[in-house]
Each structure stands twice: as structure tokens, then as C-alpha cells.
Design a protein. Structure first.
Length: 397
């Protein structure tokens, strides 16, 4: 399995720290593999290491309470020196945070993974009094899935990535039928186990309809009210408050991201609407019929995920009524970014370019498309998608 050095290098500096290391992300994005790779590094320097996977039934039969975790570690540590404790999907154990808190006080360096942002809930963070550091893991970006494909003696095209995204295990399947089945099963597990059961949702059919609508409508601006109104038109009754709560559940399970809009005119963030992006475009593609995949919106979604991977803070920029897809900021540098599948059509070209009007002269304007022709101007830098996907940073342009 590909070693995801970008993430591990961020965690490595905390190996011997008493801060609890929280590794989060959507189910099957590769958290467990990263934890195993960290464990391997730690085992190379110390035999005082304990690893528990709480999705393993043998483990969960033996350990049922947070006290069982503490007792297991104490019984399996080699000595009283620092003990490295790695707990995979620890949220399966009730009051697991008490185990983390106790182990930290017993000279343990604790690492945990989980598929729900409740790992960072107010209750947990209050108990730890800030003695934690968190790391968000995402499905593979194009650079990573290309390298993993090489390990498997396969190749990944950009078109394939635009449709089936970067969940690592999907690359182990050879046919579209098998990939679709895997993603469908993963989708069902996330919706059923990570959300419906966890939050005790009663209106299951209505919830699933909203989920499907949100995931197939990635890279669009929506408010809870607009979604509730649309559902009403489909004969499904749910209030704006309910929709907002359900969107929050999707966010907490790391299935979507809600990107805020910033108004140039009002000079503040707009609270009533967000742009919604999927953690992986495959969650859109499995909902498309007859291979009519939404490559345009998936392309923008992929650009968003790549910008996150590069470490940029992103907002949707309302430029006096014209939305710029991304304002990306890092290291005091600002990039205005428009994304389109193609601007070969004059009308599309004009629409994308005019959105930059009035933006700061010292900031960089970028247009990203899947076109092979260079559409750069004196004011706007055109980047081909194939070039963007192998970039480490926008500062290289």
C-alpha cells in the first residue's frame, strides 16, 4: 500500500508527545493504513507498542468498555517507559475518551482514528482540556492514486479519476461493475451505520432522498430552504431545519464539505447558503444513470479536493454578484480560481473570464479546464487540468 508521507510527516513530530493524536476522515479513505504505517515506524524504535482495531470482532469481544482498553494496554505494555497506543475506530467503544484521557496520564502516547467528527465534539475536547491534535485524512488525490496504480501495475486516466475518484480500495477492482458495487456498498454502510443508526433517524426514506440529492448535486450552491422546497416539489415533506440538521450529519461523517461564500460587497461571509462538495466524486457517479456522469461538476469538486490537499483555505467569492468558484489562500497569497470543463465555446469563455473583473491586481487569477489549448491572457493564467493535478502548490505557476 502506498505510504502517504504527506500525512505521516505531519503526525511524526508528535510521536513522543503526550497530546492525543486524532486521525479522522470518511470511512475507507485510508486512515487505518496510515495508522498501521505509523505503528510500523514506532515498532522499529520500540517494542512498547499496543495496536487495537475495534472493527475486529475478536477485539470487540474482549474489550467492551473504556476500562477494558486501559487494562488491556497495562497488561500488554512491555515496561514503564513511554508506551505507544494505537486505537483504530475507537469510537465503537462507549466513553472511549475516558480511556484516552487515562492512558495519557500513564505515560502513553495515544493515537486514535475514527470516521465521525464527533471525535472532536465539545464534550470530548472539554475533558481533554485541549490536550489533543487532529489530522484530517482524505481519499486519494490524483497524484496518490496514480502512484498506487503503479504499485498494482495499473494506470489511471484523468477521465477515470473524474468518475470514480480516489477511494483507495476501488483501484483493486478491474471492471466498472465491480467498482460500482464496491462504492455502492461503501455508500450504504456510511449512510446506514455512520448516520442513520448513530443519530437514530426515523424518517429514513426522506433522509436517503435528501442524501442522494445532495451528493448528486455537488459543486452547487444550496441553502437548506432551497433543498426543502425542492423535496416538497417531489412529494417529500421535510422542513428547512430538518434538512440543515441532516446536512450537518453528512458533514460530521466527512461525506461532504460546506464551503462558505464570502461577499466582496458586504465584506463578510454569507451564512444562508454554501457550496457543497463531496469527499469523493464517486458518491456522485454511482447515482448517475446510463453512464451520464456529471464530469463538469465532478471536475470542480476534484479541484476543491486537490486544493484542500495542498493546504489552501477556500471560500466561494461573491464578486459583486458574480461568483468566483474559489478564493484560495495560503502563506499570505491569494488566488482567484474559476473552473470549467471546457471554454472552447465563446459564451462559456466569456462567462468564466468576466467573473474576474474587479479582483485585486496583485492577486493571481487562474482558470482551470480540461482543454488542451492554452487560453491564458495577460491577466489570467490558464492551467490545464492534467498539469494542475500533478502540482504540489499553486506558487509554482
Amino acid at each position: 500500500m502506498l505510504k502517504r508521507e504527506k500525512y505521516i510527516s505531519e503526525i511524526r513530530g508528535f510521536y513522543d508527545d503526550d497530546m492525543i493524536k486524532i486521525i479522522t476522515g470518511v470511512r475507507r479513505c485510508g486512515k487505518s493504513v496510515i495508522l498501521e504505517q505509523i505503528a510500523e515506524e514506532l515498532q522499529n524504535k520500540s517494542t512498547n507498542t499496543v495496536f487495537l482495531n475495534f472493527e475486529d470482532r475478536i477485539v470487540t469481544e474482549e474489550i467492551e468498555t473504556w476500562k477494558d482498553i486501559v487494562n488491556y494496554v497495562e497488561n500488554h505494555r512491555v515496561n514503564d517507559n513511554i508506551c505507544y497506543v494505537l486505537l483504530d475506530e475507537v469510537q465503537e467503544i462507549e466513553n472511549w475518551q475516558l480511556a484516552c484521557k487515562t492512558l495519557r496520564l500513564r505515560k502513553c502516547s495515544v493515537f486514535i482514528t475514527g470516521s465521525n467528527s464527533k471525535l472532536l465534539s465539545g464534550e470530548f475536547t472539554k475533558e481533554l482540556s485541549g490536550r489533543y491534535v487532529s489530522f484530517r485524512i482524505y481519499p486519494f488525490v490524483f497524484k496518490e492514486i496514480s502512484k498506487y496504480a503503479e504499485e498494482l501495475n495499473k494506470t489511471i486516466s484523468i477521465s477515470d479519476y473524474l468518475i470514480w475518484g480516489g477511494f483507495p480500495k476501488r483501484l483493486e477492482y478491474d471492471t466498472e461493475k465491480d467498482i460500482r458495487r464496491y462504492i455502492n456498498d461503501l455508500d450504504a454502510t456510511i449512510v446506514e451505520n455512520d448516520i442513520i443508526k448513530r443519530y437514530g433517524i426515523k424518517k429514513i426514506n426522506e433522509f436517503k432522498k435528501v442524501v442522494s440529492f445532495v451528493l448528486v448535486s455537488n459543486s452547487r450552491i444550496y441553502s437548506a430552504k432551497s433543498i426543502a422546497d425542492y423535496m416538497k416539489g417531489q412529494g417529500i415533506t421535510c422542513t428547512s431545519n430538518t434538512v440543515q440538521k441532516w446536512i450537518g450529519y453528512l458533514d460530521e461523517a466527512y461525506i461532504i464539505s460546506q464551503v462558505k461564500r464570502y461577499s466582496k460587497k458586504a465584506k463578510k461571509e454569507l451564512e444562508q447558503s454554501h457550496k457543497l462538495y463531496n469527499c469523493d466524486v464517486a458518491l456522485n457517479s454511482i447515482r448517475c444513470k446510463n453512464n451520464r456522469y456529471n464530469l463538469t461538476h465532478n471536475l470542480e469538486n476534484i479541484v476543491y479536493n486537490e486544493l484542500l490537499y495542498m493546504g489552501y483555505n477556500t471560500t466561494v467569492y461573491d464578486n459583486n454578484g458574480r461568483d468566483i468558484d474559489f478564493l484560495a489562500e495560503k502563506d499570505n497569497l491569494r488566488y482567484y480560481i474559476q473552473v470549467a470543463y471546457s471554454v472552447s465555446d465563446d459564451k462559456t469563455y466569456d462567462r468564466e473570464m468576466v467573473a474576474f473583473s474587479g479582483t485585486g491586481q496583485l492577486d493571481t487569477r487562474i482558470l482551470i479546464t480540461n482543454d488542451d489549448i492554452d487560453y491564458s491572457t495577460s491577466n489570467v493564467r490558464h492551467i490545464k487540468l492534467s498539469d494542475f493535478l500533478i502540482m504540489e502548490s499553486l506558487s509554482s505557476i
